[in-house]
Write a protein that binds this ligand. Sequence first.
Ligand code: PLP
Length: 426
Amino acid sequence: MATNNLNNSLRLVKPSATLVINELSSKLINEGVEIFRYGFGQSPFPVPDKIVKALQNNAHQKDYLPVKGLYKLREIIADFFKNNYELDATAEDIMIGPGSKELIYNFQVTYNIEELLLPSPSWVSYEPQAQLTNHNVAWIPTDEKNNWKLKPNDIIGHCKDTPNKTRTIILNYPSNPTGASYTAIELMALAEVFKQFNIIVIADEIYGEVHHEGNHQTIAKFYPQGTIISTGLSKWAGAGGWRLGFFVFPKNLRYILDAMAIVASETYTSTSAPIQFAAVEAYREDESTKLYLENSRKILKEVGLYVYNQLMNIGVTMPKPEGGFYLFPNFNKWKDALVKKGIFTSKDFCNVLLKETGVALLPGEAFGHPKENFTARLTYVDFDGKELLNILKETPSVIVDGKFVEQYCPRMILGTKKIEQWILSL
Ligand SMILES: Cc1ncc(COP(=O)(O)O)c(C=O)c1O
């Protein structure tokens, strides 16, 4: 059988860094090495009980649902965005899909872009999706001094000589990989330049509900006509494997929603019916969801701060975590020692760190950072989220602080110590 008949666009897509690190981790586990899986991007918390029950009660839903999604779910999501983000959304503005990742891909299949703008660093899958759909990617460098966040001038600098190109940007905040987010004032300033250059924004707000202060802002408020919000159940409800995401469109971009529905109807048809019925319960706001989110945020905030403080104390630099569950430590201070040890790239760094300490991180180059930058993504979810939520539910007076982290997150403490010791021994 011919082996060279693969689609050309596949040749551009490199094997994912996540896969490489996971394979090495599994090999080391088989050899009996203790591994700290700080490379994973999965919520540590269980799906809330009431949502699990709703799924059980809807296991019998067997019919194909409408391509754009269950109307009742689209309605309740629109209400959620009206109530929480003051958006003028109705059910017709919402499109449900099997994960927001699939929708971002569907958008790229549907919409012709001359240039997809990605701030560096950005999440690992945007660029491969652009390669699969034959779009040009322009990485926009950002500065550590600005917490690796995009500034209006970065966009002006990039677009001013070719202002008429058709451009889309994927702006993700709170950020995977940095954990940083944008304030309303920063979003307002960015909205101005996106408007100036007619750039469509895919606002990837999948970590919005796990903003540590519960204070997530959306750029859709400041640039409604050009923003499509992308989000879903995966991160805030611990339901990555359920595969439910959605886009919230402004009315003037309804034609893109309609076109994406054509692509959906000829590919995945519609999102799993029982999951959509259960998601109605997820977006029905009540005291139990509020408590689940408040407690998840409290825990994530303290664990993130703990690891941040430990690493900052020895001179590693990174943005202070504001949402989600990631840190983006920069080890450039040890560049000379690393190079002497034969470590030249962030990928080398992660491989050697994993072999010598058992701590798995993902290299900054997987997120579009220059490979000679010794940056990496660290996920701080190596603890028993179910146990911790139970403790907070049973004893609401318990204080979630550094001591709490030391007592209940031993694997985060140990893995962080291992990184510190390894760095200090360089
Ligand atoms: C930034 C970002 N966007 C999108 C996704 C995809 O989420 P979903 O499970 O909705 O496909 C992820 C998942 O890791 C992510 O980190």
